[in-house]
Design a protein around this ligand. Structure first.
Ligand SMILES: NC(=O)c1ccc[n+]([C@@H]2O[C@H](COP(=O)([O-])OP(=O)(O)OC[C@H]3O[C@@H](n4cnc5c(N)ncnc54)[C@H](OP(=O)(O)O)[C@@H]3O)[C@@H](O)[C@H]2O)c1
Length: 277
């Protein structure tokens, strides 16, 4: 049986849709900033579980610089305890990490490249990889990039919904990233246990800037939105963080096809068709 931690987030929501018989942690079940009694809670919660997927994270890259302790507690302290408990009970742990562990100077990264994060969010994700690998033998680290899907709070989840309402979008063309559909990632995660333990890169296929991605969706759905350019803080973000998969050789989902599928599933294609009549 699977246990999903952070089941209300972008990836957790996609996992909930495909894993029917699982245990689903939410903030209401346990706020992971609370470490008093955490081990006991985990021992009880993981009864009967053989695979854990940890999607809990502090993901606000800008705020992380000012809320360092909070970010560390959620991104490092929690996985540390979780991985210890998984290690002790011989449970397989799939821990999600990020392209933000890389500096973005080299641009394209394999699973073996050395992490060198620029910001605190990336640094906490880097440390989380170390602690999890140290504590749990049956462990997968899955690094991904710019996830989008239902319940998403991040750029590629929200941007298409704004375009549909012809609302202004603020974005930039200063990073090159591979947006990753949550649905695809969720499907891959439940299969990853067929592979040896270790570090994996799972992302979408198409490297692009957030501006390029926005224009592709805007044109595809005939949106009237204005696009405003902003300056991201590249002191805390990688400029080019394309993750290369050298281990699985899976078929990566192309950007336009997968993002339009996401838009369609939100039941919004029909609204566009209505507007066009
Ligand atoms: N989003 C991306 O573009 C991206 C890119 C690369 C890697 N990743 C990694 O992928 C994983 C999943 O990301 P995501 O996009 O699904 O994140 P998300 O949408 O921000 O969801 C984060 C989850 O963590 C939970 N959480 C946060 N603080 C908590 C706390 N104190 N106690 C209990 N639960 C807490 C949230 O609960 P609430 O719903 O209650 O807030 C939510 O379920 C993370 O490890 C992230 O670092 C994400």
């Amino acid at each position: 049986m699977f246990a999903i931690f952070g089941s209300t987030g972008t990836l957790g929501t996609a996992l909930r849709e495909i894993i029917k018989d699982g245990k689903f942690h939410t903030r209401k079940v346990w706020d992971v900033e609370n470490t008093d009694g955490l081990e006991v809670f985990l021992k009880n919660f993981l009864e009967g579980v053989n695979t854990v997927i940890n999607c809990v994270a502090y993901t606000d890259v800008n705020k992380a610089e000012f809320e360092r302790d909070k970010c560390y507690k959620i991104n490092v302290e929690f996985p540390k305890v979780l991985s210890k408990v998984c290690g002790y009970y011989d449970i397989t742990l799939i821990h999600i990490s990020s392209d933000y562990i890389f500096s973005g100077e080299e641009g394209f990264y394999t699973e073996n490249d050395k992490p060198k994060p620029k910001g605190w969010y990336g640094e906490t994700k880097r440390i989380s990889e170390e602690v999890v690998l140290e504590n749990c033998r049956k462990c997968y680290i899955v690094r991904t990039s710019w996830i989008f899907g239902k319940n998403g709070r991040n750029f590629f989840s929200i941007m298409p919904l704004k375009l549909l309402k012809n609302e202004d979008i603020s974005t930039h063309d200063e990073q090159i990233v591979c947006p990753t559909p949550a649905k695809f990632l969720a499907r891959m995660l439940v299969k990853i246990t067929e592979y040896p333990y270790g570090i994996y890169h799972l992302t979408g296929k198409t490297p692009l800037t957030p501006l390029e991605g926005t224009i592709l969706v805007k044109d595809a759905i005939n949106s009237k939105s204005n696009i405003n350019l902003l300056k991201p803080n590249l002191k805390i973000r990688p400029r080019v963080s394309v993750l290369l998969d050298t281990k699985i050789g899976y078929k990566k989902p192309p950007f336009v096809e997968s993002i339009l599928e996401y838009v369609g599933e939100a039941g919004l294609h029909r609204r566009i068709a209505d507007q066009d009549r």
